[in-house]
Design a protein around this ligand. Structure first.
Ligand code: 8YV
Length: 328
């Protein structure tokens, strides 16, 4: 029987159980998975009576979900560094802290971005499809791709993950260009990253990797007009959010050979339906949002999201709060 005085926590999908021990010691923790495409109705129903919600991929938390939880809701502790699934303004208005999981997933996500960069640049996906379709026939010109070593990498958004990708690029002898909301003088020295305008970035990049947060002003930042400025040999990599790219324009650009290809960890929507052209355009290589799917990152994300919930529920400040103004 659950103790009505103990806080109740809803985790909206499976996490690393061993990392929940401390939270379970003080709270009734329910891990109940909601579908990736859960409606707000499902979210509201699951939230009723909760003191903390830990939303996993797809778990949207807006003001109505917070209200459905009731006045006992103390924290929304996102399982992820990006928190575009949470209405932070609505939480702030209700003085509810929202937390995320930075740092712990930086290296895993940068590995994924670099993997996609190579896979898409060198056309590994098309190669695998050819084998599966019994078309393994060596030919001069077969699946020639773009060489990574010595090429120019453009990074849009030089935060922690963008910087980790830039570090990897040094091993590949790449020239690194970046565009960010703010210039990063230290990174310009330590990563030899050259700042340039958004337009210069997309014009000069052989590989363009997206690492900015999805905000109203970055939605479809890579649209048809931007894609038209890219090199015909350029490859786009996205481990950020699908909404950063105007997906129909990307498909057209690859089909029309305006650019060479793309490696995507994220799409819009997620998941795409099996017949979505994003999954069927040769040159576009897609993986199912695996950026942070390493053992270490998932353990770290569980520890940090559960730790944030635990801190708030025991009257302490959370470790990584995105609206710290509610704490004062
Ligand atoms: C997660 C992510 O897989 O951290 C993020 O922003 O997109 C991913 O690491 C996703 O948030 C799962 O909840």
């Amino acid at each position: 029987m659950s103790d009505t005085r103990r806080p109740r926590v809803w985790i909206t999908g499976p996490v690393v159980e061993a990392a929940l021990a401390d939270l379970r010691a003080i709270a009734d923790v329910t891990v109940r998975q909601i579908p990736e495409t859960a409606s707000l109705d499902e979210m509201r129903a699951g939230a009723v009576g909760m003191s903390a919600i830990i939303p996993i991929s797809g778990g949207r938390v807006d003001g109505s979900v917070m209200d459905a939880a009731g006045p006992g809701l103390k924290v929304v502790a996102n399982f992820g560094v990006g928190y575009d699934n949470i209405d932070v303004a609505a939480a702030t208005a209700r003085r509810i802290p929202v937390t995320n999981t930075p740092d712990v997933l930086v290296e895993a996500t940068a590995d994924a971005a670099f993997g996609l960069l190579i896979a898409a640049g060198r056309r590994f996906g098309e190669g695998q499809t050819a084998m599966l379709e019994n078309r393994w026939q060596w030919a001069q010109g077969l699946l020639w791709g773009q060489e990574v070593f010595g090429s120019t990498l453009g990074i849009l958004g030089l935060g922690r993950i963008g910087a980790a990708v830039a570090r990897r690029a040094q091993g590949f002898g790449m020239r690194v260009l970046y565009h960010s909301r703010n210039r990063k003088p230290e990174a310009e020295v330590s990563l030899r990253a050259e700042y340039c305008s958004f337009e210069e970035l997309i014009r000069q990049s052989d590989f363009l990797s997206l690492h900015c947060a999805l905000r109203p002003e970055t939605r479809h930042i890579l649209n048809a007009a931007a894609l038209a400025m890219m090199k015909p040999t350029a490859v786009v990599v996205n481990t950020g959010r699908g909404g950063l790219i105007e997906q129909s324009a990307l498909i057209e650009a690859v089909r029309n050979k305006q650019i060479a290809g793309a490696g995507l960890d994220v799409t819009d929507p997620e998941p795409p339906s099996p017949d979505d052209p994003i999954l069927h355009t040769p040159g576009i290589f897609v993986i199912p949002h695996l950026g942070s799917a390493s053992v270490a990152a998932r353990q770290g994300m569980t520890r940090l999201s559960a730790g944030n919930a635990l801190a708030v529920l025991t009257g302490r400040s959370p470790l990584t709060c995105v609206n710290p103004e509610v704490l004062s």
